[in-house]
Design a protein around this ligand. Structure first.
Ligand code: 13P
Length: 264
């Protein structure tokens, strides 16, 4: 039994881990089909939820390739909060639902940095996703400067509180949060397992402040930032890290499958 599960058993809380691949702006439709097929062949009977998040233009191809797989779910990397209309370049929740998307990453730091997402727009998207029964994976995390200034807790607490603003007590346990320190994304600089676990406990604390300890114990909080086949087992064996949001390593089927397998 993975020690994560044992630790959670100790508190009688069972949070099913999630391993999600954020493919970012990589892979064409045909490459997506190839990667999905490779992952499908390698990932069977996983003890966690497995999610792949290709680019928006590859979701259709991914869905076709995933047909017949009960092991892997489809996620999107973004979603707009309006139903339809004059929002050039945006993607609607209706399209995502029609494409069989179950999860949607919201507020990734790259969206915040390059596409002007704010805590407020992230919050609107979270509320809309919940209303439409898409599971949001809400990203929070501090920059290197903020880490050096010692304000990590304040930053993730604020991001979490704003993202969840208006989310009902009944819905919060369906929200997934991903702690992604910006300095660890794509840099090879992973947070240590105790550092990541500690910040995730603080994020859980922010959820407790807004709701109840019981509700907060049910919220799954993932770690993301240079997680790979070599460090996943250690990160995932901590008490509060409930899975991973994987960038670079999710583009290599064997590495991704190994990360999934590290929960077995
Ligand atoms: P890397 O795993 O490439 O660091 O990316 C993490 C990430 O941003 C996942 O959303």
């Amino acid at each position: 039994m993975a020690s994560t599960e044992a630790a959670r058993k100790g508190t009688s809380i069972m949070r099913k881990p999630i391993i999600a691949g954020n493919w970012k702006m990589n892979k064409t439709p045909s490459q997506t089909v190839k990667l999905v097929e490779e992952i499908k062949a390698l990932v069977k009977n996983a003890r966690c939820e497995v999610v792949v998040c290709p680019t928006q233009t590859c979701l259709f191809a991914a869905r076709e390739a995933l047909m017949g797989s009960n092991d892997i779910s489809l996620g999107a990397q973004n979603m707009f909060f309006e139903e339809k209309g004059a929002f050039t370049g945006e993607v609607s929740y209706e399209s995502l639902l029609e494409l069989g998307v179950k999860y949607v990453i919201l507020g990734h730091s790259e969206r915040r940095q390059f596409f002007a997402e704010t805590d407020e727009t992230v919050n609107k998207k979270v509320l809309k996703a919940i209303e439409k029964k898409l599971i949001p994976i809400v990203c929070v995390g501090e920059s290197l400067t903020q880490k050096q200034q010692g304000v990590t807790e304040e930053v993730v607490r604020m991001q979490t509180r704003i993202a969840l603003s208006g989310v009902s007590a009944g819905s919060v346990e369906d929200v997934v949060i991903a702690y992604e320190p910006i300095w660890a994304i794509g840099t090879g600089m992973t947070a240590t397992s105790s550092e990541a676990n500690d910040t995730i406990r603080r994020i859980r604390g922010a959820v407790t402040e807004m709701y109840t300890p019981e509700a907060a114990q049910k919220v799954r909080i993932l770690y993301g930032g240079s997680m790979n086949a070599g460090n996943a087992r250690e990160l995932l064996s901590t008490s509060d890290i409930d899975g991973g949001l994987i960038g670079g390593a999710s583009l290599k089927s064997e590495d991704f499958a190994q990360i999934v397998g590290s929960l077995n």
